[in-house]
Ligand binder design. Sequence first.
Ligand code: HEC
Length: 226
Amino acid sequence: MESLFKKSIFFILALSAVSCVENSKPNYQYMPNMYETVSYEPYGAYDVFVNQQEAKLPVEGTVSRGWKPYDYENSAEGYAAAKAENQNPLPYTEDNLATGKALYTIYCAVCHGDKGDGKGILVQREKILGIPSYDDAGRAITEGSVYHVQYYGLNAMGSYASQTSIEERWMITHYVMSLKDQLEGNPAREFEMENAENLMPPVNAEQPMEVKQDESEAEPIDETQE
Ligand code: HEC
């Protein structure tokens, strides 16, 4: 009899403990610092910072991971130089073209059309005008110019630098050039094999960035050093 009494006391205690849990609220926090961050909010305003601004610009001359400087300026000269000399570092493979096509369909086709003829859905609905066809002889687009306008945008066309990565823009470029060939009735370009030589180094790889140097200053890179 006594043990039954003890058991039921224990049962009631356990029940009352469990019934106090409120799932909609955070429970007891024994070490709140582990739940609630003590660091500053990225876009918060705090007196300890200059301008009270927590978010800082990167230190001048630094290059953040996953980003590579683009060597051409957003100017008529930069455009002309990129158009004349900048080339697609990615091999023309079936995979790269397929990914380029998928991205093109997402980002570009609304204006430029699936065929690249400048008759996208927004043009058909007269929401935007003046979209050129990729075979426009007066523009004579090149790999370098296609990449350049994606990077900076051009007049009514916005920049795609924040939506797409370097590699993605070059894949889109392959696809745009293939559309240009189709519009001009040129034979399809032959696919290349992906191999160690034409593989673009992964952006995050721990290796020295390509920096434009004078030939005279260029030093051979010592691969044995870490
Ligand atoms: C909002 C509509 C719009 C979208 C979306 C758009 N473009 Fe454009 N694009 C334009 C317009 C407008 C022009 C003509 C700009 C000018 O010459 O003033 C243009 C021009 C171009 C040109 C010719 C540039 C030259 O050198 O003359 C290329 C190449 C191009 N776009 C590629 C792309 C690619 C690639 C994408 C997707 C990443 C894209 N566009 C997305 C509106 C768009």
